[in-house]
Design a protein around this ligand. Structure first.
Ligand code: PLP
Length: 304
């Protein structure tokens, strides 16, 4: 008996019961796509809240469709399975949830035309992901994949080799994380995060046409900036040197949450400390993940 229950082939089973062939096309060619979701634990209420479950599963179904992988469940069913799985695992801390759809076929062809979709969900406790309060990043020499190569908007399993190469290079050069440029040289995103800059009071982030994943946290940050802080939020291409001249830079993402970048390519960003806009966004963000802000309570699904 393992310590974790997972959802596989339509039911909740002990993780040790799941085996995947070494011939699987998912393993050999990365033929699959996935999601990353958090569920936030509220110690006062002893309650766990799935965060924006619906939005993540809408994105997963759209991604899977691009790859001819049919997930035989609706968004509502996927949300229900996730809540059941969290409950079955009896989690009493903040958790990361990983739904994966992949081609379970085992023939030699790296094709999706005869895809045999398999779907699973596993979960694990996850506190702070970055391991640091403030990050230093470098521009990667690896460029981001493009929509007509391996569409970053679909969270394809294989695309995370592109992410891993960038992170490896950054870490080996002494930085905490990498930042991609697009093929045409615009600032794109991190290996698993969207990026925001603050300049002259504006909050600026690259548009979807710059080959980013349309992040669910990004969407929330944009909304918080506009509706709660009343600041001008602009989606436009960002030049590399704009990073050096920014007052603030921060990442957004499900795993990374909101995390400030205080150094880029060895240049200090702004004051070299967490910026004022970032601090306000951070407070708003962590104030709403456990259903405590009535305006955003619909994002939080109670498990118990
Ligand atoms: C490449 C990439 N960009 C951005 C994000 C942030 O997206 P989200 O906020 O939906 O987690 C992620 C994480 O899923 C990612 O993998």
């Amino acid at each position: 008996m393992s310590e974790s229950y997972v959802f596989y082939d339509g039911k909740i089973v002990d993780e040790s019961e799941v085996t995947i062939s070494i011939r699987s096309k998912a393993f050999n060619y990365g033929l699959g796509c996935f999601e990353g979701i958090r569920a936030y634990w509220d110690e006062d209420e002893k309650q766990l809240y799935g965060f924006r479950l619906k939005d993540h599963y809408v994105r997963l179904l759209q991604s899977a469709k691009s790859f001819n992988l049919n997930i035989p469940y609706s968004v509502d069913e996927l949300c229900k399975f996730t809540v059941e799985l969290l409950k079955k695992n009896q989690f009493k801390q903040t958790v990361y949830i990983r739904p994966v759809v992949f081609d379970g076929g085992t023939n030699l062809n790296p094709t999706l035309s005869d895809a045999e979709p398999k779907f699973l969900i596993y979960c694990q406790p996850l506190g702070k992901f970055a391991g640091k309060e403030e990050l230093s990043v470098c521009i990667s020499s690896w460029r981001r994949l493009e929509d007509n190569m391996l569409p970053p908007r679909t969270k394809p399993t294989a695309a995370y080799l592109n992410s891993a190469l960038a992170s490896l290079e950054a870490n080996q050069s002494g930085y905490d994380e990498a930042l991609f440029l697009t093929g045409s040289g615009h600032v794109c995103e991190g290996p698993g995060e969207n990026v925001f800059i603050v300049k002259k009071g504006q909050l600026i982030t690259p548009p979807p046409s710059d080959n980013i994943l349309e992040g669910i946290t990004r969407d929330l940050v944009i909304r918080l900036g506009r509706e709660e802080l009343g600041i001008d939020v602009v989606e436009r291409s960002i030049a590399r040197t704009e990073l050096y001249a920014s007052d603030e830079i921060f990442f957004s993402g499900t795993a990374m949450e909101v995390t400030p970048i205080v150094k880029v390519d060895n240049r200090i960003v702004g004051t070299g400390k967490q910026g004022e806009v970032y601090k306000k966004i951070k407070e708003l963000f962590f104030g709403l993940t456990t259903g405590k802000n009535p305006k955003y309570v619909k994002y939080c699904t109670p498990v118990y």
